[in-house]
Design a protein around this ligand. Sequence first.
Ligand code: ATP
Ligand code: MG
Length: 526
Amino acid sequence: MKKDDKIWAAVNDAGEDLFLLPRMANRHGLIAGATGTGKTVTARVLAESFSDMGVPVFMADVKGDLAGIMAPGTDSEDMQKRIQRFGLADTGFTYTGYPVALWDIYGEKGMPLRTTVSEMGPLLMARILQLNDLQSDILSVVFRIADDNNLLLIDIKDLKAMLNYVQEHAKEYAEQYGRMSSASIGVILRALVALEGQGGDMFFGETALNISDWMQTYDGKGMINILDSVSLFNTNGKLYSTFLLWFLSELFEMMPEVGDLPRPKMVFFFDEAHLLFKDASKDLLDKIEQVVKLIRSRGIGIYFCTQNPRDIPDAVLAQLGNRVQHALRAYTPADQKAVRAAAQSFRENPSFNTVETLQALGTGEALISFLGDDGIPQIVQKAYILPPQSRMGTITDVERDQAVKGHILYGKYSRAYDPESAYEILQRLGIEAAAAAEKAKEEAEKQKLLEREQREAEKAAEREAIKAENAKKRAAKSVGSTVAGTVGREAGKTVGGLFGGKFGKTIGGNLGASLGRGIIGTLFKN
Ligand SMILES: Nc1ncnc2c1ncn2[C@@H]1O[C@H](COP(=O)(O)OP(=O)(O)OP(=O)(O)O)[C@@H](O)[C@H]1O
Ligand SMILES: [Mg+2]
């Protein structure tokens, strides 16, 4: 809840209010705890308050229990108890719904959320396709060849066409880009086919998400963008986490440096955040760390939700200033170690034992340390999280349908279209090359015919000459000059003109005039 222009999130053991300071909200956060201990509700309570302050929010919804945020909460005995415990009756607490934008990369539970292959970039694409280092390098080269030639890779068929093209012309590229084995390109192509089978053809394409569309307010409240990730998470965790990384990267590249603001420009909640880091290469981990560090000064706050803080690399963990730690259970020695580590990450409170308390917390209770005015983490508090104002249950299909189809962005994003891109251009070049080859063949045949006629004419002339010589016993002039016919060789050159500007300028969609790539290799526009 918003109180005194601060985010009132909880009340401690002594009945004192605990606030997340909007000024410190871009210093990121962690919401951790065992399953069922209240992480998602905590994220929702914070998201509601950010929205109240006019800050747009993004939430990844892995369990399908977040869309209820659009509807007012319902009264119950449990809620009445909480309202009393927190003294909410006098604070303006009301059951209320929030403006939402529901998204789904499969386009079923929300507005279709698409991106283009070019925008995703080679590093993240390699992660989705689970390529090894060598294959990833080749993919990067293929992206570079496409970028160098302003060939847009919108969808999977564009990337397939590009790979096929490079495979066919590998020799021509070897000098400039290095050798690319046909077998490795084959592996990438097969991985793409598998991705198509998982719906890849749905989420790569236009109309691609313009992430600034997430940063809207409605009646003064920040839009809460909810990405339904239930199917995505269950079908392919890599794909889920890679999409989240892409959002981060996009935002990072798009947002200007702003320094410290009274409140963040946007806040992200990443559920099941451990997946971002699972099996990530050292290179990618470094880049994630870098983006998390730098995105702060662009006014973006990131809140990682995960069961155990040890799931998050230390370098990232160290940057999460605002912490809500729900109960952790310690069944094994490894668990006990994790509990101790989680407890030690807080500034100790002399009034209780952090390790013991951490294991004894009930649902909706947590150890909390937010950053103080000075930017220093405050002493840990044992606290009770406020209840949300919105509905904790799910929404009906009718409610969902209304929220999706009635949304101001629905017209824009429900439209799928296939602009001219690599596939179309390469196909056209292929046709042109074939036509050129055909024409060259005809020319060559014509030429041969001409030569034959000429030779025959010469022979006839010779015969005439001999006849004449014989007849007149005089030397006759011989007719010479052979026309060489090598036109056929020219045909092959048409397609090879990749660097001769044959492709022309084909930048379209929502891209600007030049292409460049950011930290995580995603495309940025300038
Ligand atoms: N602050 C709270 N106020 C009221 N009820 C709460 C609160 N926190 C948790 N609950 C209750 O506990 C239930 C479980 O909480 P929640 O879904 O947030 O757990 P979780 O940690 O996200 O679990 P999982 O790991 O399974 O996603 C909620 O459905 C709600 O009924
Ligand atoms: Mg949850």
